[in-house]
Design a binder for this molecule. Structure first.
Ligand code: HEM
Length: 476
């Protein structure tokens, strides 16, 4: 299988992430099919400087990764606009054909998050044909990024632009360090994940045409094989984060907890010093305990499961942050974001699914910096995450995680009915989250709102290099 697998046929940023800190996503409409096809032909062949070259995966360790990367995703409407024939379109999975807006109920996009409330262009999904992403490293490269945008604009209508950047220390808004736990794949050299001891994922977890975690079962490759094989699906999400609301809720919860009769089982007296050095600040330490249990990690990335009473120091041991598991005695709450999104080998109702729903995450933050010292509602502009959630099957993986695990909690009867406290479609009237205690008990938090709202997005297909060439040669 290794011999058969051609790394260079796969677009970059799927099997391994780029270590680049800026992204510009261009939302594109095919307004002239001929020009669009010519652009794709040039982008895949890399023979002209007038069009950016698609960045591809490689079979080697990336000794010298390019400082500017370019990748594309195509929506179902985009495949049609490029001229894929109806009989081939019909072989794509239903959720992709319907598109993200029609799947809103499955992924929690209702209320304020409903697609009718999304900003342009995502509220017109029939016009969203491609999402082209330009990755760069620093603001100094902006000129180059704009040149690429100008090249793209000669072939497509640019109907939306979304800029993202990595925040300092690998953090995202809400102050957590992110992108620590990612699946690693068979046949891929990835020194960043070399010391993870979770099972290696078969390629079919994210790429079409390969074995999956399900013995003998493969996700269907759309026709023709040249178009479907080595492709991946992506849920591109514009997720607004209510940074002010989140920080305020942590304070509300800490105030309630300070007087709770069981609070010493949540945080032993004196442990404050070990929580980011918060000596004599029990309120501040309890805020951090709530944040840590909601996520499953302290905000510096330390897994709560490994260290329920201390945020560090984090040892320099390779794999320390990723090598852990859950069991019935776990202190990491079953309802926490990370345990819901990846139950690892913990006991869950859908026992076959422990590792089969693994999702590759490639996200960057958008919007202005946030100052936690300024919680003025009038100074709470939109900011959040431009997230790419990649998998081989949107229904069986992304939607199954969002619906069963994040929003309904079907994996464990103890949390069924409660939504993910960070990401879920919560309403203050009904929301609840159980904090775990050292004596095996729990304290239930209630009354928190939805902290993360959908503001846009699209399901895209990340075609292989052969598939991009195929699309460029269509003559329909
Ligand atoms: C603004 C939105 C989101 C925020 C702020 C957020 C935050 C985080 C943080 C802080 C972590 C811990 C870092 C790590 O383990 O790598 C994490 C992990 C994770 N998140 Fe999210 N997340 C968001 C949206 C989502 C969505 C939409 C999904 C969809 C499935 C998701 C799936 C995951 C997964 C799979 C993990 C890794 C869990 C593990 O392997 O232990 N997240 N997230």
């Amino acid at each position: 299988m290794t011999k058969e697998f051609n790394h260079e046929d796969v677009q970059g940023n799927i099997l391994r992430g780029y270590s680049l800190n800026r992204v510009r996503h261009l939302v594109l409409e095919v307004t002239n099919r001929t020009l669009a096809r010519q652009f794709l032909a040039a982008a895949v062949s890399g023979t002209t400087d007038a069009v950016p070259t698609i960045t591809r995966e490689s079979s080697e360790k990336w000794a010298d990764p390019p400082d500017l990367c370019f990748n594309i995703g195509v929506t179902f409407a985009g495949l049609r606009a490029l001229g894929v024939t109806q009989d081939h379109l019909d072989t794509f999975p239903t959720e992709f054909r319907q598109g993200m807006t029609k799947r809103a109920a499955k992924i929690g996009d209702f209320g304020d998050s409903a697609p009718k409330n999304w900003a342009e262009p995502f509220n017109q999904p029939d016009r969203v044909h491609l999402i082209a992403s330009i990755y760069s490293d620093t603001d100094e490269q902006l000129e180059k990024v704009e040149q690429v945008q100008a090249q793209v604009a000669k072939a497509f209508g640019v109907i939306g632009v979304q800029d993202g950047r990595n925040l300092p220390e690998g953090k995202v808004f809400f102050g957590y360090r992110d992108s620590i736990s990612q699946p690693r794949f068979a046949h891929v050299i990835n020194p960043d994940r070399a010391n993870d001891n979770e099972p290696i994922n078969p390629l079919g977890t994210v790429l079409l045409g390969y074995p999956t975690h399900y013995e003998g079962l493969l996700f269907r490759v759309p026709n023709p094989d040249e178009l479907g094989r080595n492709g991946a699906f992506n849920a591109f999400r514009v997720l607004a984060q209510d940074t002010v609301g989140f920080e305020k809720y942590l304070s509300t919860a800490a105030t309630e907890l300070e007087n709770h009769p069981e609070v010493d089982h949540l945080l032993p007296p004196g442990a404050e010093e070990n929580i980011f050095g918060m000596k004599d600040n029990r309120h501040g330490a309890l805020r951090e305990v709530v944040a840590a249990q909601m996520c499953g990690r302290w905000r510096n990335g330390m897994p709560y499961e490994k260290s329920p009473n201390s945020t560090g120091p984090i040892p320099d041991t390779p794999g320390f942050l990723t090598n852990f598991d859950y069991d019935r005695e776990s202190r990491c709450p079953a309802g926490s974001h990370t345990r819901r999104a990846n139950p690892r080998n913990g006991h869950i109702v859908q026992r076959m699914s422990n590792y089969s729903r693994r999702i590759v995450r490639r996200g960057m933050s958008y919007g202005p910096d946030f100052d936690p010292a300024n919680l003025d509602e009038a100074n709470n502009p939109e900011r959040g995450l431009l997230g790419n959630f990649l998998c081989a099957n949107l229904g069986a993986q992304f939607e199954a995680v969002m619906c069963d695990w994040i929003n309904v909690g079907l994996q464990n009867p103890d949390i069924t009915g409660a939504d993910d406290p960070l990401l879920g479609a919560n309403e203050p009237e009904t929301s609840w989250f159980d904090l775990t205690l050292a004596n095996g008990g729990s304290i239930r938090l209630r009354g928190f709102p939805r902290f993360i709202k959908a503001r846009g997005g699209a399901y895209t297909f990340l075609p292989s290099l052969s598939a991009i060439a195929y699309l460029s040669q269509l003559d329909t």
